[in-house]
Write a protein that binds this ligand. Structure first.
Ligand code: GDP
Length: 701
C-alpha cells in the first residue's frame, strides 16, 4: 500500500509536563478532538485512553512511552480533507522517577508541546525536561494550561518561562479573562478572539477582539511581529517600510525560527474546561517540524566505522531505531520503533546492527487511541510497533542488511537507589526471577542483581517510587508477592589520583602450573565518564589471546568494589606491561593477576566513596523558612537559591540522597502540613571523610 500521508504532513511530537500540569487531560482532549476518542474520560474516573496500565490509573500518572496515531485538519482549513495531518504522539511520563522515559522519547520525537500549570508556572521538573529537550535540540511550543484555576496568571507563567527556561519565548495568544472568568483566547497573529462552545468545547467560534483587551493585544502583537520579522531580512525590510506583513509570511518565518530553536511560541488554555486545545493542535501543524524539516540522521557504518547519513526518504536504505520494548497484554511483546529512512515491511529480514543479529519482521501495528491497526509497511518519518521481536532491546538500530548503520543510541542514567527483595513464598522464587528479568528488559534504568554472598536479590532504580511501582507490577502482572527491605543508597567508589601496580599469579610447583603477570595503571576520569580499558601492550609481552581475560579480571574486580564493596566508576585502566609462560599461562591466571593488580593500583591511587546528590525544591509558607533551611543545612545540604512565589517561599538546594529518606514526613511535621517538595537526581559527589568512615564500617557489619 502506498504512503497515505506525504511526509510533510506528518508530525512526530510529544506532550511534556511536570506531574499534575495536565498532560493526561490535554492528551485526552487531543484524542477527543482528533476524533479518535469518542468519549471524554476524566482522570479521576480512571478511564483515560492513554493510561492503559492499571496502576497508572490508580496513581494518576503516565509511565509508559507509547506512540499513538491520530489525524488533524487545522481548524482554519476546516473540512479540507486534503490538508489532514498524521500525528504520532509519543507519550512521555510526568514523574521525575521516570526521566528515562522522557529521555528516550526525546530521542525519537521531532517536536514537543510543553504543558505548564498556569498557577505554578515553571516547576523544577519542567526545568529538567527542558534541558533534556535542549540536549536533543527539540523544537517546542509552550502551552500554559489551567488558566481557569484560582490564582492562574498567563503573564506570571510566561515570565517564569522567560526567566527560567528561555529568553526566546514569545506569546502567540493571550487569555480572555482568568480563573472562573476565563472564557476564550485571542490569537495575536490573526487578531481574532476564539470561544469554545458545546459540552466539550467542540464548537469553536471566531470573533472580534473584545474592546477592553484591544490595546493590550495590539501592543503584544507589535512585540511579536518585531521578534518574527527580525528573523527574516526580506520581511524586515517590508516591515520597516511600514507594510503590514502577510499572515502567511509571518507563519512561515515563525515556523522556521521555531524549528531552528530561535523562537518558542507560547499559547494557552484550559484542557479541563475544553478551551484552547484545538488551537494548540493548529500550532503543532503550523510550527512543529515534519520529519522532512530536520537535518539527516547520523550514524556509524559498523564495518568501516565511518560516519554516514540517512535522509528521511522512503527509497533510501532502511534505518530505524527501537525506542521501547513493552509487554503487551494482547500480543506479548511490542517493540516500538521510528523509521528514519527507507521503509520497514512486514515479512522482511532486517539486521539489528547494534547486536549484529538478523531478525524477521512479523506483524507490524500502529497504535491508535482505541484500536490497533495492522499495517504492511511503515515509511520514513513514521512510527509503529513490531509484534514479538526476539532479540532487540531499547536503543538498537534496525537496518537494511546490505547497508548497515548504527544510529546514536539512547543513554540512560545509572540507578541511585537499591533494595533487597525476596518472594513471600519459596515457590515464587523462580517466578520472581522471570518477572524481574522481563521488567528489566523494558526499563533500562531498572537493574536486577544477586548478592554473591547472601544469594539475595537486589533491585535498583531511580527512586523509591520507581521501585515501588516495579514491585507493584510484579504482583499485578506476574502474581508474585515479595518482601521488600529498606531502600539503600547506591554508592560508588572511585580513585582520586593515578597509580601503577603489578599483579602476579604464579603457581609452579607440581602438576600443571599457573602463570599470569600484568602491570596496570589507573587514572581518574571525570564524573559520569564510566570506565575505559586501554590495551597498550607492545612487543607481545602478553599474547593477544589473554588480553580479554585481563579486561575481564579488571571489570569483575571493579564490580566487586574495594573500599566498601561498591562498584568503581569514572576511571581509566591501562594494561601496559606483563609477561607470560609458554605452558603455564592461562586465561584464569591472567584474570586473577589483573584483579590483584587493579586492587593494589586503586588502593595506591587513593579510593573515595561517591554518593548521589539530589536537586531539591522545597516550597513553604514564610513562617517556616528558618526551620526548613536549618534542616536542609543539617542534612549536609547546600542552599543554592531562595525566592518568593506569590505568598510562599521557594528554596532550591542540593542534598545527598542518603539524608533524604523520610523527608516528606519530616517536612510535613515541620510546616504543619503546609510545605511540599520535589526531588530529582543531580549528580554523584565525593562523600566527606567522616561520612565515608561510617559507610565503610556499616558495610563491614
Ligand atoms: P498530569 O499529571 O500532567 O497528567 O495531569 P492530569 O491531566 O492528570 O491533571 C492533574 C489534575 O489537574 C487533574 O485533577 C485534572 O483534572 C486537573 N487539570 C488538568 N487540566 C486542568 C485545567 O485546565 N484546569 C483545571 N482547573 N484543572 C486541570
Amino acid at each position: 500500500m502506498p504512503r497515505q500521508y506525504p511526509i510533510e504532513k506528518v508530525r512526530d511530537f510529544g506532550i511534556i509536563a511536570h506531574i499534575d500540569a495536565g498532560k493526561t487531560t490535554t492528551s485526552e482532549r487531543v484524542l477527543f478532538y482528533t476524533g479518535v476518542s469518542h468519549k471524554i474520560g476524566e482522570v479521576h474516573e480512571g478511564d483515560t485512553v492513554m493510561d492503559w496500565m492499571e496502576q497508572e490509573r490508580e496513581r494518576g500518572i503516565t509511565i509508559t512511552s507509547a506512540a499513538t496515531t491520530c489525524f488533524w485538519v487545522p481548524t482554519y482549513d476546516k473540512g479540507n480533507k486534503g490538508n489532514e495531518h498524521r500525528f504520532n504522539i509519543i507519550d512521555t511520563p510526568g514523574h521525575i522517577d521516570f526521566t528515562v522515559e522522557v529521555k528516550r522519547s526525546m530521542r525519537v520525537l521531532d517536536g514537543a508541546v510543553v504543558v505548564f500549570d498556569g498557577v505554578a508556572g515553571v516547576e523544577p521538573q519542567s526545568e529538567t525536561n527542558w534541558h533534556y529537550a535542549d540536549e536533543y535540540n527539540v523544537p517546542r511550543l509552550c502551552f500554559i494550561n489551567k488558566l481557569d484555576r484560582i490564582g492562574a496568571s498567563f503573564e506570571r507563567s510566561y515570565q517564569s518561562i522567560l526567566e527560567r527556561l528561555t529568553p526566546n519565548a514569545v506569546p502567540l495568544q493571550i487569555p480572555i479573562g482568568l480563573e472562573d472568568k476565563f472564557e476564550g483566547i485571542i490569537d495575536l497573529l490573526r487578531m481574532k478572539a476564539y470561544h469554545f462552545e458545546g459540552e466539550k468545547g467542540e464548537k469553536m467560534t471566531e470573533g472580534d477582539v473584545p474592546e477592553n483587551l484591544k490595546a493590550e493585544a495590539e501592543k503584544l502583537r507589535h512585540d511579536l511581529l518585531e521578534k518574527i520579522v527580525e528573523k527574516d531580512d526580506a520581511l524586515m525590510a517590508e516591515y520597516l517600510d511600514g507594510k503590514e506583513p502577510a499572515l502567511a509570511d509571518l507563519k512561515r518565518v515563525l515556523r522556521k525560527a521555531t524549528i531552528g530553536n530561535e523562537l518558542v511560541p507560547v499559547i494557552c488554555g484550559s484542557a479541563l474546561k475544553n478551551k484552547g486545545v484545538q488551537l494548540m493542535l493548529d500550532a503543532v501543524v503550523d510550527y512543529l517540524p515534519s520529519p522532512a524539516d530536520l537535518p539527516p540522521t547520523k550514524g556509524t557504518n559498523p564495518s568501516t566505522h565511518a560516519e554516514e547519513e540517512r535522509h528521511p526518504k522512503d527509497d533510501e536504505p532502511l534505518a530505524a531505531l527501537a525506542f521501547k520494548v513493552a509487554a503487551d497484554p494482547f500480543v506479548g511483546s511490542l517493540t516500538y520503533f521510528r523509521v528514519y529512512s527507507g521503509t520497514l515491511s512486514r515479512g522482511s529480514y532486517i539486521l539489528n546492527s547494534t547486536k549484529n543479529n538478523q531478525e524477521r519482521i512479523g506483524r507490524i501495528v500502529r497504535m491508535h487511541a482505541n484500536h490497533r491497526e495492522e499495517v504492511e509497511e511503515i515509511y520514513a518519518g513514521d512510527l509503529g510497533a513490531i509484534v514479538g521481536l526476539k532479540n532487540t532491546t531499547t536503543g538498537d538500530t534496525l537496518t537494511d542488511p546490505e547497508h548497515p548503520i548504527i544510529l546514536e543510541s539512547i543513554t540512560f542514567p545509572e540507578p541511585v537507589i537499591d533494595v533487597r527483595i525476596e518472594p513471600k513464598t519459596k515457590a515464587d522464587q523462580e517466578k520472581m526471577g522471570i518477572a524481574l528479568h522481563r521488567l528489566a528488559e523494558e526499563d533500562p534504568t531498572f537493574r536486577v542483581s544477586g548478592d554473591p554472598e547472601t544469594g539475595e536479590t537486589i533491585i535498583a532504580g531511580m527512586g523509591e517510587l520507581h521501585l515501588e511501582i516495579i514491585v507493584d507490577r510484579m504482583k499485578r502482572e506476574f502474581g508474585v508477592e515479595a518482601n521488600v527491605g529498606r531502600p539503600q543508597v547506591a554508592y560508588k567508589e572511585t580513585v582520586k589520583g593515578s597509580a601503577e601496580a603489578e599483579g602476579k599469579y604464579i603457581r609452579q610447583s607440581g602438576g600443571r602450573g599457573q602463570y599470569g603477570h600484568v602491570w596496570l595503571k589507573v587514572e581518574p576520569m571525570e564524573r559520569g565518564a564510566g570506565f575505559e580499558f586501554i590495551d597498550s601492550i607492545k612487543g607481545g609481552a602478553i599474547p593477544q589471546e589473554f588480553i580479554p581475560a585481563v579486561e575481564k579480571g579488571v571489570r569483575e574486580a571493579l564490580g566487586r568494589g574495594i573500599l566498601a564493596g561498591y562498584p568503581l566508576v569514572d576511571l581509566k585502566v591501562t594494561l601496559f606491561d606483563g609477561s607470560f609462560h609458554d605452558v603455564d599461562s592461562s586465561e584464569f591466571a591472567f584474570k586473577v593477576a589483573a584483579s590483584m593488580a587493579l586492587q593494589e593500583a586503586c588502593t595506591k591511587a587513593k579510593l573515595v566513596i561517591l554518593e548521589p546528590v539530589m536537586k531539591i525544591q522545597t516550597i513553604v509558607p514564610p513562617d517556616f523558612l528558618g526551620d526548613v533551611t536549618g534542616d536542609i543545612s543539617s542534612k549536609r545540604g547546600r542552599i543554592k537559591a531562595m525566592g518568593e512565589r506569590g505568598t510562599v517561599r521557594v528554596i532550591d538546594s542540593d542534598v545527598p540522597l542518603a539524608e533524604m529518606f523520610g523527608y516528606s514526613t519530616a517536612l510535613r511535621s515541620m510546616t504543619q502540613g503546609r510545605g511540599s517538595f520535589n526531588m530529582e537526581f543531580s549528580h554523584y559527589e565525593e562523600v566527606p571523610a567522616n561520612v565515608a568512615q561510617t559507610i565503610i564500617e556499616g558495610r563491614k557489619k
